[in-house]
Write a protein that binds this ligand. Structure first.
Ligand code: WTA
Length: 648
């Protein structure tokens, strides 16, 4: 057993080729699209764009004035029309768009394209009635309920720009995002269900809105039914507004380059970046990748388990699958509630055929045991996907065997909030997969590896770079184009820098190694070390803090914080808890440090820079790297002893 496992981990050449049966029914069966896209990338992407509905055709496919790209210039379209109206017009209004399962067992809603279309029209009129105009920002802070899709598509219908804030973020995080975006309206719920408990969304909202001058109204959806406080004139109930709203809302003809949404993501400073996506290119990219990567047909039931608060939920719960007109599952709650087999019971109950989740979830399933999926009929599954962080080959193999019954191809998809859609991925009917590799770029996308000097590495390790613009790419950072240029385009001339390290094998396959900047990936969520450090030093007891990532079995990475206290403060267990809660309050529970070590000093260079690399060595129990540049070499030895004694 143990030897097998080691072999699995080491054998990079182990391959899985798609079965003849899978190939026979797949949208793509050979590499001709890759070749076509290489010969004529613009023509190739234009062919995809033609599969969408435009109210005015574009004049020009691409304008590339590095580092700014525009796609489908002059074209006009509306994202909600592409996700709804055209399916309704094609006679598919009775087709189920969303099979929604609530966290409390037994709660299921099936919403057809016709019903979703009707709700989106009405909610678009609600927003208009509240004074929302084209270009205005609307913040959305909702649980995973169908209304989150309704709210997003209603914004798209009237040309308002949505910014969805994940329900796990704290009041302060919500406030900062609302203020950065200058949102006029906030759409929220009384609360949301999570692991049987209630997340008090409206209570967080009340706290956040103490300091958000741009917000004029709050629309509140009743979900949990708990008592909430209402501010007269500002707060309004969703159902009451919907009951009064006119039925039809004609869609705005949006320019291909008009903003569709802003989504905040962590960077290397304390301030999250508002990633701006526009309409035509983004929709083309997510439509194309949804169709080919997930090989979706009318007979499929797709389930992407991501929350709509993250980009995966934007692209592969809302815009991609709905633009394609497929049936999908949306689940409100946690994977382990009420039992640790909840996902498998949902797959069996709704006949899920294509399933897309994150490695951190797969590692949790592995830990919970094979008997849980074995209890359920997963025979309708035909394709599996993963995203969010590098998947270890052992988890890949487990997924393939125990969820996919050894018959389902696995698509390991690399992409980012900034890329909008999937970039490096197998095509399931074509690409031979290797556990742990995201394989090759999607047709029409290029990727290379560069060394420290910017020279291309054909085989070996380096920095991942995207040398050509692609339709779904971010257009800028909201309100901070300088930061956009600096973060993504200053490392090399005219090549996008995603911040990931990777290696490339002799077959040209990419193996993503992880972030090369101060951004951590904790359970598939991007967290900037600086954000957590700022939250820690915001506490009155803290003088200085350094946060590093350490390897973690389930989460991929865990947060280790090294904290120096102010004179006279004692590093007690109670203070440790207080600091964890403080971070949770400032950012959200997802950013809570796993370990906090109090230390009189931090290892610094003579110029005063904290040497995080050494802190990481300490946190991971490794031999210390080069300590020669340290101002005081004794500090690290002391810290290591302290860390080790704390762990026992
Ligand atoms: C990481 C999520 C390895 C990567 C869609 C990237 C991955 C960051 C993979 C983006 C993958 C995403 N293999 N690493 N298949 N997919 N990543 O913005 O470090 O939340 O830069 O977007 O996740 O995270 P984000």
């Amino acid at each position: 057993m143990a030897t097998d496992r080691i072999e699995t981990l080491l054998d990079e050449q182990r391959r899985f080729t798609p079965s003849d049966a899978f190939k026979a029914q797949a949208h793509v069966r050979d590499t001709s699209p890759h070749e076509r896209a290489r010969r004529d990338p613009e023509g190739y992407w234009a062919d995809w764009a033609k599969q969408l509905e435009w109210s005015r055709p574009w004049d020009r496919v691409l304008e590339w004035k590095p580092p700014h790209a525009k796609w489908f210039l002059g074209g006009k379209l509306n994202a909600s029309v592409n996700c709804l109206d055209r399916h309704v017009r094609a006679g598919k209004s009775g087709r189920v768009a969303l099979i929604w399962e609530g966290e409390p067992p037994g709660e299921v809603r099936r919403i057809t394209y016709g019903e979703l279309h009707a709700d989106v029209n009405k909610f678009a009129n609600v927003l208009k009635g509240l004074g929302v105009k084209r270009g205005d920002r609307v913040a959305i802070y909702l649980p995973m309920v169908p209304e989150v899709a309704v709210a997003m598509l209603a914004c798209a219908r009237i040309g308002a720009v949505h910014t969805v804030v994940f329900g796990g973020f704290s009041a302060e995080s919500l406030r900062d995002r609302i203020n950065d975006a200058g949102a006029k309206i906030l759409v929220t719920a009384d609360g949301g269900y999570r692991r049987g408990a209630i997340v008090p969304l409206k209570q967080n909202v009340d706290e956040a809105l103490a300091d958000t001058p741009s917000i004029e109204h709050v629309v509140v959806l009743r979900r949990t039914g708990q008592t909430v406080t209402f501010k007269t004139g500002r707060d309004l109930w969703w159902t009451e507004l919907m009951a009064r709203a006119p039925k039809d809302c004609p869609p705005e003809a949006m320019d291909a380059e008009d903003p569709l949404y802003i989504l905040y993501t962590s960077g290397t400073t304390g301030k999250p970046k508002g990633i701006l996506h526009t309409t035509g290119g983004y929709l083309t990219h997510v439509y194309a990748t949804t169709k080919w990567v997930f090989d979706l047909k009318e007979s499929d039931v797709f389930w992407c388990t991501a929350d709509v608060g993250w980009v995966t939920g934007h692209s592969y719960v809302v815009y991609g699958p709905l633009a394609l007109g497929v049936t999908e599952v949306m689940y409100e709650g946690a994977p382990d509630h009420p039992g640790k087999d909840r996902f498998w019971s949902i797959c069996a109950k709704h006949g899920v055929t294509v399933f897309y989740t994150a490695p951190t979830a797969i590692r949790a399933f592995m830990k919970w045991g094979t008997e849980l999926p074995a209890r359920h009929d997963l025979s309708r599954l035909r394709l599996l996907g993963t995203v969010g962080e590098p998947i270890n080959p052992e988890a890949w193999m487990w997924y393939q065997e125990h969820i996919g019954g050894k018959r389902c191809p696995i698509v390991d998809t690399w992409w980012q909030t900034e890329t909008g859609g999937i970039m490096i991925t197998p095509l399931p009917g074509v690409t031979a997969t290797k556990p742990g590799s995201t394989t090759v770029p999607f047709p029409g996308i290029e990727a290379v590896l560069l060394d420290g000097e910017g020279k291309e590495v054909k085989v070996g390790g380096g920095y991942l770079a995207i040398p050509k613009p692609w339709p779904g790419m971010l257009r800028t950072i909201w309100g901070d184009d300088e930061r956009y240029q600096q973060v993504y385009w200053s490392k090399w001339k005219n090549k996008y820098f995603p911040g990931d390290g990777a290696k490339r094998d002799e077959d040209g396959y990419f193996w993503i190694l992880g972030r090369v900047d101060d951004v951590l990936n904790v359970a598939g969520h991007r967290i900037g070390t600086m954000e957590v450090e700022s939250a820690l030093v915001d506490h009155s007891a803290v003088a200085e803090a350094a946060v590093v990532g350490r390897a973690h079995d389930l989460k991929g990475q865990a947060l280790a914080a090294f904290v120096t206290l102010k004179e006279g403060r004692q590093g007690t267990d109670a203070l440790r808890e207080e600091l964890k809660n403080h971070v949770s309050k400032k950012i959200g529970a997802l950013a809570k440090p796993d370990d906090i070590l109090f230390s009189a000093d931090l290892p610094k260079t003579r110029s005063g820079k904290i040497m995080r690399r050494l802190l990481k060595d300490i946190a991971e129990g490794r031999a210390l790297g080069d300590t020669t540049t340290l101002a005081d070499p004794a500090v690290v030895a002391k810290l290591r002893d302290q860390y080790e004694s704390q762990e026992t």
